[in-house]
Ligand binder design. Structure first.
Ligand SMILES: *Cc1c(COP(=O)(O)O)cnc(C)c1O
Length: 393
């Protein structure tokens, strides 16, 4: 039996930042301004390994590091294998390039009709509204764009992208991402959401953000009021490890839900972070407790310098097999691979169909038992009155 989880053992509070006043701590601008972004500060707060220090040096020239105090508190300062640490502190391994790795691993650059807008699927677009994030995930698919890695600038007023969406009436779904869209000031975000809502054919507006995880303080009453006004908004957060489910994140999710925001989660499968059935099960159970539906779990994209994060293909399947049927269906995310070359996301599922014949399909359940589902049940009238009785009871 899997042990029950309850929120009494979820992390909460200021951790190693006791000297900071609660007023500052709970202010997201304070969290943003006080991010850990120098090697000196890292060294003062944890035992930085040589490999990490070299990683931090090289990060100056590409994807910067910056860690919010809230998220930093979740790191075990003495454990170089800490699953939180690996996500945000660079290591030298990022400078190693494996064959098949790319700067644009899912082929977005060739599917941008206007700057910042990826139009891959006919009915929906990915709208990249900023190139900044709360903290920088070391396996970021868009590391070529974010943290000013290449001084890439999105159109400040979004006018070209919105004009494109207005013109293309087949677009019914707009996914606002980046960078992290919740870094936009409330005023800008509200204008953007209202302009999209005003487009008749845009039925569905969603936002992808890790700010609730990096700094739940961003989920203020003012932000919630905006979502409520223009809602329903669908929000995908990005939690990879159960330790990231803090009481502060849970509070943020509750406030969002009360503002009619529909919450989902996307995780990236990462070696040494969440590549076990136990970790993923615990994560998905905590997500349900926060009112968040596990949506996707991604095989790590072939982003340059990410080979130390990539799990064997079979690992994802093993995790899904360990979840499906063994826990609540709502707790089971869809495993996907975002194809290189812009092919989009494909679902990857453990094999459940053993054999299909003309008359039956043989299926394997979660306990690996085989069952037969007849495809053409023979139908005939009842032969005896006794049989008729049984059928009509
Ligand atoms: C992921 C993605 C979407 C959304 O895909 P869903 O499967 O609908 O969540 C849309 N456009 C692009 C370019 C994407 O990468």
């Amino acid at each position: 039996m899997y042990p029950k989880d309850n929120t009494s053992n979820w992390f909460s509070g200021q951790g190693n930042y006791q000297h900071v006043s609660p007023r500052e701590w709970n202010n997201w601008v304070w969290q943003l301004h006080n991010r850990v972004r120098t090697i000196e500060e890292l060294k003062s707060r944890l035992n930085l390994s040589e490999e990490e220090e070299r990683g931090c040096e090289s990060a100056k020239h590409k994807l910067h590091f910056a860690i919010t105090p809230h998220f930093f508190n979740l790191i075990d300062p003495d454990d170089v294998n800490c699953p939180i640490r690996k996500q945000v502190i660079p290591t030298e391994r990022e400078t190693f390039v494996a064959p098949d790795e790319m700067l644009d691993p899912i082929g977005e650059e060739h599917q941008m009709p206007v700057r910042g807008l990826v139009h891959r699927y006919p009915d929906r677009v990915l709208f990249l509204v900023t190139n900044h994030c709360g903290s920088y995930c070391r396996y970021c698919t868009r590391s070529r764009l974010v943290s000013n890695a290449q001084a890439y600038d999105f159109h400040p007023a979004f006018d070209d992208a919105i004009a494109y969406i207005e013109k293309n009436t087949c677009i019914r779904d707009v996914l606002i991402s980046g960078g992290d869209p919740l870094l936009l000031p409330n005023r800008v975000l509200k204008t953007l959401l209202k302009r999209l809502r005003a487009i008749d054919h845009v039925e569905f507006i969603r936002v992808g953000s890790r700010l609730p995880v990096f700094m739940p303080q961003r989920i203020t009453p003012e932000l919630c009021a905006i979502f409520k006004e223009v809602g329903p908004i669908w929000l995908s957060i990005h939690v990879n490890h159960p330790r990231e489910c803090t009481l502060e994140l849970k509070r943020a999710c509750r406030d969002l839900s009360l503002s009619h925001v529909i919450l989902a989660n996307q995780s990236v499968l990462l070696q040494g972070v969440n590549d076990s059935v136990e970790t993923m099960r615990s994560l998905c159970h905590r997500l349900l407790q926060m009112g968040v539906r596990p949506y996707y779990i991604y095989q790590c994209d072939l982003i340059t310098g990410s080979s130390h994060f990539r799990t064997p293909f079979a690992k994802g399947l093993e995790i899904i097999e360990g979840l499906r049927g063994h826990t609540t269906g709502y707790a089971v995310p869809q495993l996907v691979i975002d194809l290189p070359g812009g092919g989009g996301k494909v679902p990857v599922n453990p094999q459940t169909i053993k054999e299909i014949t003309e008359n039956e399909v043989f299926l394997v359940n979660y306990q690996k038992q085989e069952f037969c589902y007849p495809l053409k049940p023979a139908v005939r009238p009842p032969k005896t009155s006794e049989e008729c009785h049984v059928l009509c009871r």
